[in-house]
Design a protein around this ligand. Structure first.
Ligand SMILES: [Zn+2]
Ligand SMILES: [Zn+2]
Length: 240
């Protein structure tokens, strides 16, 4: 009897099976993935060669010159960085965050320390990438706002979740959607409601995942049209 109670208490304390390998997650702080899966996840240490603008992972050897992937040449933000590569525990965490407003403690730590080691220390305003009203109603929360709040609390920078809005509802990106189609689906989708609050600010635009960069680039374009000084992009994950 006692053993049974003890077992159920354990299950209460550690209710998760790893969403990737199905082994049990022994530390609650690891969230939806086990330690083994976290260890297989590429978290940027600062030693990698990343595109100096969009943060894309480049296979090339590090050199003293700034390196650019050039796929981001036309993007409107100044610079982007992510915690790591979209895969393993990071992709499982991102997918979970689309269903529940939850970020595991160890991932919160990685997120904050990645920011603290970034070149974005002159940030003066945090702005989450907005969802359309329709999507916000469906989901009940904006995952980018959840992330923004975690950061705002730690670095004492104001969070503005009202000024930038998504005025056009675009369907969820489908796998078959090519780069051009994705870019067009978010063109002119954003609007600044309160330009006074954006003017002169160094905006940190926060989102869960950086894919083609079309969404954040269009946000940045709108923010700059409204006289934002700089626009940085900060995400949990970056797709390869
Ligand atoms: Zn696992
Ligand atoms: Zn790039």
């Amino acid at each position: 009897m006692f053993c049974k109670i003890f077992d159920s208490l354990l299950t209460l304390a550690y209710p998760q099976a790893c969403q990737i390998c199905k082994n049990s997650v022994e530390n609650l702080a690891d969230g939806v993935a086990c330690r083994f899966c976290w260890e297989r996840t590429k978290i940027f240490s600062g030693a990698e060669t990343l595109c100096a603008k969009c943060g894309a992972f480049l296979q090339a050897k590090a050199s003293s010159f700034q390196t650019f992937c050039h796929r981001c040449d036309e993007h409107f933000y100044d610079s982007a960085c992510a915690v790591g590569i979209y895969g393993h525990a990071l992709s499982a965490s991102v997918l979970h965050l689309k269903r529940e407003p939850f970020v595991a403690k160890s991932l919160q730590k990685l997120f904050v320390s990645r920011f603290q080691n970034s070149d974005f220390q002159d940030t003066t305003l945090i702005v989450p990438v907005p969802l359309s009203k329709k999507r916000l109603l469906e989901r009940g929360f904006n995952q980018a706002t959840v992330l923004s709040k975690i950061l705002a609390k730690q670095i004492s920078v104001n969070l503005d979740e009202q000024s930038l809005v998504r005025k056009i509802h675009t369907p969820m990106h489908r796998a078959g959607m090519d780069r051009k189609a994705r870019e067009m689906s978010v063109e002119n989708a954003f609007e600044v409601k309160r330009p006074k609050l954006i003017r002169g600010k160094n905006v940190l635009l926060v989102d869960d995942v950086f894919t083609s960069g079309a969404t954040v680039s269009n946000c940045a374009k709108t923010l700059k049209e409204n006289d934002a000084n700089k626009v940085y992009v900060f995400t949990l994950a970056k797709t390869l």
